[in-house]
Write a protein that binds this ligand. Structure first.
Ligand code: FNR
Length: 189
């Protein structure tokens, strides 16, 4: 935890796709964060093997330990993810499963905000509630509102540059990061 009033958040991305819409949203976060808040990306969840307790017993994979350390050092986590089959992608669940076994468990009492983006109308809303369920077990402090669910995302992204261009979405995201900062300061974690 920094000694001044600045805060540092990290981004956990749930898509592995090169041209991912959610990655485009995640890339916009550093510039959308209010003053005094920095946002940096965590490593790729694609670097994690499938969770296996036997692998864990012979030693946690280095990318898992590195991500756990980055999360522990951060003031909060912003999870940006697609919805797959009305839930979260298996690779994101796998990452959460690995992180949940590290001690001290990095997401415990950690402020977390969720963002989903989808070409569909509902913006990944259903995935958010599955994700919240897992984060209850991890004892994370998940921000309730505002909920960032970006529907029809294809029209809100510059297809060439893969950047988030929609002005009202950008403003709304800034308000969520500000709310996460307020939660982090309130909790003083
Ligand atoms: C999807 N997609 C999807 N979209 C949605 O809104 N609700 C859903 O339940 C699903 N289910 C789903 C399952 C699987 C296996 C795939 C591959 C896709 C569509 C999804 O939102 C779309 O592919 C996004 O572009 C994925 O996000 P990224 O990779 O662009 O960030």
């Amino acid at each position: 935890m920094p000694t001044d009033t600045s805060l540092h958040f990290v981004t956990l991305l749930g898509s592995l796709r090169k041209a991912s819409f959610n990655a485009a949203v995640a890339r916009a976060l550093p510039e959308l964060a209010p003053e005094g808040i920095s946002v940096t990306p965590l490593g790729s969840i694609g670097d994690f093997p499938h969770y296996n307790a036997d692998v864990q017993d012979s030693g946690f994979p280095a990318p898992v330990l590195a991500m756990a350390e980055q999360i522990r050092a951060a003031d909060g986590v912003i999870i940006v993810t697609p919805e797959y089959n009305y839930s979260i992608p298996g690779s994101l669940k796998n990452a959460i499963d690995w992180l949940s076994r590290v001690s001290p468990q990095p997401l415990a009492r950690k402020p977390v905000a969720i963002q989903t983006a989808s070409p569909g109308m509902i913006g990944g809303a259903r995935a958010q509630y599955h994700l919240r369920q897992s984060l209850v077990f991890l004892d994370a402090y998940v921000l309730n509102r505002p909920e960032v669910m970006i529907g029809q995302v294809a029209g809100k992204i510059d297809a060439q540059a893969l950047t988030l261009t929609d002005t009202s979405t950008r403003t709304f995201i800034t308000s969520q990061i500000a709310a996460l900062a307020a939660l982090a300061k309130e909790l003083g974690t």
